[in-house]
Every structure is written in structure tokens, then in C-alpha cells.
Design a protein around this ligand. Structure first.
Ligand SMILES: Cc1ncc(COP(=O)(O)O)c(C=O)c1O
Length: 314
């Protein structure tokens, strides 16, 4: 095709790093896992009960068995893995440090790290590590994968130009009006084959001031932790560039409702864990951890509002 030169402008002019410049850029985190399963010819993978169901997609490519985690978010798993077996370890809320991850590799040998909730945590060398972009930024898709095993097949590029309605909708109006478009997009992602990250998503991701975002998230998290650590059943260190602030209460249902009434959106991580109810701790975490927003859109006044509501209702 002859290259077009001149004429009207497309979205352009963002020249920053994308933070994970050396990773393989794909369309979704679940497809990063499938990429690893296929490139390493994995036969069986152990996945935690406490996780969203999108990762189940891997069951079309290899055998899956579920495992429980313990109350420090580490696998309660003592089985010795065979050569073609891997354990999928989720870095919940970015709580696992890289030195813990190294110890986990020593223990299990074959590990895959899910850093979907820890975008800013760089991977440990030679450990397959997965990230998802839309949990931290206003993009409809996009994921990063660090692995030494390259899939020997040419991947098509994804197209996501028609998936931005809820993103730009929320920019110009509000989340409520575009919630069904957001849901539709989430459903659409379920069906996507493995593709390279789209140009639109990549471009938006190269317009972000990552250090600034990381700093705001770190400060918001620190503030919430200072104010809420007495009532939090989780004892948390400060987390750099945190995903959310996980507030674990004996019973979080009432406060979740009040927060939502005040338009403070706290998702349930994850509804399928509650529906399936296969593991008591996972069920408890899903019902009683409130992932409080602490991201780059907010500062002191929003954090204070959240703290005031939580303290009033507690
Ligand atoms: C911890 C975790 N890992 C993986 C995924 C899958 O990410 P994606 O939707 O980009 O495939 C999710 C999605 O919610 C998640 O929460």
C-alpha cells in the first residue's frame, strides 16, 4: 500500500515512553497467558480461586486446576510441579515485592506472575510476567507480556478505534451514562483472539506522564493507609503506584452500598468468586475487601471524602 502523506490529522503527537517499552504488547492479559501456554507448551496450570473468570479462557489450551491462597495472599500450595506444569501467581493489589517473587520462583520453579494490579512493578528477569493497561489508564484494551519464549507465528494487529466510546464519553460527561458501553466492551474482550496491541491504544499510552501517575497513586494510597489502617484487617506497607487501596473489613457490605450511593465506585473483585463460593477465604476477600479508588484522577479532597464516609459508617 502506498503511504499517505499530508491531509487531515489523525490522533498523533504523543512521544513518551510507554513504561513497558521492552515488553511484548498484546491486546489483553488473558491472551498474554494463552501466549505463554502456547509458546512454552504448558500442559497444566494451577490458578487461584480468588481471581476473575476471564483467565478461565486458558482452559481451551491446557488443563486447569484451582488452588487456594492463604491470608498473606501467597499460594497455599505444596505440590511439586512437573516440567510442563506452571503455577499462576497473582500479585494482589501489588502486595508481593520482587524479593518475594524471587522466593516463589525458588520454591515452585515454574511460575507465571500476574501483575495486572501492579502496573508499576517492573518484572523480575526471566520470570514470565503479565500486565493489563485498562486497570490503570483510560484505554479499552492493551496488555504487556515479559517472556523469553517467543511464539513462532505472525500475530495480526488489533483494531480498537470503535472501542473508545465509554472512554471519551466519561471524559466529556460521566461514567453512569456510558456504563453499558463499558460493559459491552468488557464482553467484547472475551472473544478477542491474541493480537498485537492496537495503534490507538499504544498511542494513548505513549501520552502519559507515568512518573506523575505513579507519584499521585503512591501519595493517595499513603493517605488512605494512614487514615484507615486501624480499621483495616490487612496490615499494609506503602505500595508505589498502587492499583487501589484494599480495605478489608469484617463485613463490608453496608459500607460498599453507602459508598456507591455517594457515587464512589468500588468494584467487587470478583463476582464469580462469590457466585461459585468454592473457597472460604476467597469468598471472604471478594465480599469484604473494598478496593478504594486512589488513582491519578484524584487527590487529597477525594481521599478525605472517602475516609469521612467510611469512618462515619463504621
Ligand atoms: C488479576 C487479573 N488478572 C488478569 C485479568 C485479565 O485481564 P484482561 O481483561 O486484560 O484479559 C484480570 C481482569 O480483570 C485481573 O483482574
Amino acid at each position: 500500500m502506498v503511504k499517505e502523506i499530508g491531509g487531515y490529522f489523525e490522533l498523533s503527537g504523543f512521544y513518551n515512553s510507554v513504561y513497558h517499552d521492552n515488553a511484548i504488547a498484546l491486546n489483553t492479559a488473558r491472551n498474554c497467558l494463552i501466549y505463554i501456554i502456547r509458546s512454552k507448551k504448558i500442559k497444566k496450570i494451577y490458578i487461584p480461586y480468588y481471581l476473575c473468570d476471564s483467565v478461565n479462557k486458558a482452559s481451551s489450551y491446557c488443563e486447569i486446576e484451582y488452588y487456594a491462597i492463604s491470608n498473606n495472599f501467597l499460594p497455599a500450595f505444596e505440590k511439586k510441579l512437573e516440567k510442563n506444569e506452571y503455577i499462576y501467581i497473582v500479585n494482589y493489589f501489588g502486595i508481593l515485592s520482587n524479593s518475594t517473587i524471587i522466593q516463589l520462583r525458588e520454591k515452585y520453579k515454574n511460575i507465571i506472575i500476574d501483575n495486572v494490579q501492579a502496573f508499576f512493578q517492573k518484572p523480575v528477569k526471566d520470570i514470565d510476567t503479565i500486565y493489563s493497561c485498562r486497570k490503570f489508564f483510560g484505554v479499552p484494551d492493551g496488555a504487556y507480556l515479559y517472556t523469553n519464549n517467543i511464539l513462532k507465528e505472525e500475530l495480526d494487529e488489533d483494531y480498537s478505534k470503535d472501542r473508545f466510546k465509554h472512554i471519551f464519553g466519561r471524559t466529556e460527561k460521566n461514567a453512569e451514562d456510558y456504563y453499558s458501553d463499558y460493559r459491552d466492551n468488557e464482553q467484547l474482550l472475551e472473544k478477542l483472539p491474541i493480537r498485537k496491541m492496537s495503534k490507538s491504544t499504544r498511542l494513548i499510552l505513549s501520552g502519559i506522564d507515568y512518573e506523575k501517575v505513579k507519584q499521585i497513586r503512591t501519595e493517595n494510597f499513603k493517605y488512605l493507609n494512614n487514615e484507615l489502617k486501624q480499621i483495616n484487617n490487612l496490615k499494609l506497607e506503602n505500595i508505589e503506584g498502587a492499583y487501589t487501596y484494599p480495605l478489608y473489613l469484617d463485613d463490608a457490605r453496608h459500607i460498599r452500598e453507602i459508598l456507591i450511593k455517594n457515587k464512589i465506585y468500588v468494584p467487587i473483585l470478583w463476582p464469580n468468586v462469590i457466585e461459585e463460593n468454592k473457597d472460604t477465604l476467597a469468598y471472604n476477600y471478594a465480599v469484604n475487601i473494598l478496593p478504594l479508588p486512589c488513582d491519578q484522577r484524584y487527590g487529597y479532597s477525594e481521599m478525605q471524602k472517602i475516609v469521612d464516609i467510611v469512618n462515619k459508617e463504621k
